[in-house]
Design a protein around this ligand. Sequence first.
Ligand code: PLP
Length: 224
Amino acid sequence: MMDLKHNKERIYQDVSAHTQAAGRHKDEVTIIAVTKYVDSHTAEELVKTGVKHIAENRVDKFLDKYQALTDYDLTWHLIGSLQRRKVKDVINLVDYFHALDSVKLAAEIQKRAQHKIKCFLQVNISGEESKHGFKPSEISKVLEEIQQFDKIELVGLMTMAPIDAQEADLDDIFSKANKLKNNLKEKNLKNMPFTELSIGMSRDYPIAIQNGATFVRIGSAFFK
Ligand SMILES: *Cc1c(COP(=O)(O)O)cnc(C)c1O
């Protein structure tokens, strides 16, 4: 029987401990609860434990949860790849979109957004074929193209590590993502603050926090 309150408290305490161990201020890392494994009722039970940031990776499930949880003051994250034809259904409900992975998708967001949308550029640091995201070498060209879209605010970078990555690989991937994000932040580009780093999931968030994560996306650890 899963104990959501216990899991929530354990995760929040652990994230806080790792944040302080990394010499960082405890408020620097925001926990996002990924509710894709559970129905809206269970997501609501989790929200009642005090979780404030909710994420889904698919548009249909995002909309289900969003509609079921309108009574709560939540911040909504869409973390999975988004098909261009679905942008219009969801983009204006999203507080943070973590998976901007093509200039065509950026153009569609520009067309459909009714306000500025906070987006993470997804980067493929590991070079794994199956992963979405821009190659680091493409980024400066991509930024030039996205610069024309005033509805897109690039708040940071998001990356995912390969499923089978070992600790040393994770450390390497996350530290490269952090350096890249810091370089982009220093450029001070208009509408592109690059202050945030969305890395780390249930199995690797401690390594992500050591490497500058400002958002960790935690799913399965809440629901075991
Ligand atoms: C499912 C998912 C997560 C959470 O993964 P867990 O291993 O369950 O913590 C994080 N990010 C993305 C993009 C996901 O799809």
